[in-house]
Design a protein. Structure first.
Length: 318
């Protein structure tokens, strides 16, 4: 018996769309930290070098999250446990109230000192590198999520909440500057600071591991709560070398995972007034013989500012 070709086409179309439009968080640990930064994090106008990663190899990777409720479609993820697809990973559905694992990594002294008032940390994942921007502002889009929602969020605030941060050091910055702050106020993003009660406009409730529909569909990731997509930003000096440390760790104990998802190609530079740098604004880039050009890595360049001053820059790309 012959099958009607129109029926066959419809069946094929349904199968094809079901395979390629599936809502699911998918992670991959195949790329090295250098490859992740070069190909999955940075965008135009930024050169990076001296990439280092400290932590478990299963706590860092790339991800895609098409049609999920995460709010970012692809990028890099760091966790306090594992990114691998398992009962302890961040993949949905949200069918466990306290998912996570102790991956045996040491803690982060930086997070303990800068965020947690000396509280010990465990299972830290730390990605860091030097960078040069040809403009006066650096940007990074991200989502922070945790299994410690809602049990340890207000009104049940806890000092044992997992911590993360994007810390910049370099010219014009006193000590460590944490870019990961709540929009409009200089307060770090954390479980106690972004939740159903505090700054709730930046929070996404995602069940508790036992709640429908979150526990029945891979559209919902495993973490019980997470932020909306936020933008970290910092004013810097164009052409200078800065150091960025992206760190996340369990606090107080090694239980229950948290993760920070960074949007692909969102570590970028923005041309703005250099408010923290005598209001200088980059107006053009010249090559060594004075011809107008654009930013190029591994090249001597001359930066010209609106106050008539110049800088001679050699950018390095790792």
């Amino acid at each position: 018996m012959r099958m009607n070709w129109s029926v066959a086409f419809i069946l094929f179309f349904i199968l094809f769309t079901s395979l390629f439009s599936r809502s699911q968080l998918i992670t991959d640990t195949a790329q090295t930290p250098v490859e992740l930064v070069l190909y999955s994090l940075i965008d135009n106008n930024v050169s990076i070098f001296n990439v280092e990663y400290t932590g478990s190899s299963q706590a860092i990777g790339s991800f895609t999250a098409m049609n999920t409720n995460l709010g970012i479609e692809e990028g890099i993820v760091l966790t306090t446990g594992t990114v691998v697809s398992s009962e302890n990973g961040p993949q949905g559905p949200n069918n466990a109230g306290g998912s996570g694992m102790d991956n045996g990594s040491e803690g982060s002294e930086l997070l303990s000192n800068e965020v947690l008032d000396g509280l010990p940390t465990f299972n830290a994942a730390i990605l860091e590198f030097d960078f040069i921007s040809n403009t006066g502002k650096i940007l990074l889009n991200y989502v922070f999520g945790s299994e410690e929602y809602p049990e340890f969020a207000p009104p049940n605030s806890s000092s044992f909440n997992d911590a993360f941060g994007f810390f910049i050091t370099g010219p014009g910055i006193d000590g460590y500057y944490n870019m990961a702050t709540i929009p409009g106020i200089d307060v770090p993003v954390s479980i106690n600071n972004v939740n159903l009660i505090s700054n709730s406009e930046y929070f996404v409730e995602n069940g508790d591991g036992n709640t429908s529909p979150y526990n029945g569909s891979e559209e919902y990731i495993q973490y019980d709560g997470f932020t909306t997509k936020l933008k970290a930003e910092a004013m810097i000096e164009a052409g200078e070398i800065y150091h960025l440390t992206i760190a996340i760790a369990d606090a107080g104990d090694a239980s229950w995972d948290s993760g920070v998802f960074m949007e692909k190609n969102s570590l970028s530079a923005s041309i703005t007034d250099l408010e923290n740098n005598n209001s200088k604004k980059l107006v053009q880039i010249l090559d060594p013989i004075g011809r107008k050009t654009v930013f190029k890595p591994n090249t001597f360049l001359i930066y010209v500012y609106d106050d008539g001053s110049t800088d001679r820059i050699f950018s390095i790309e790792y």
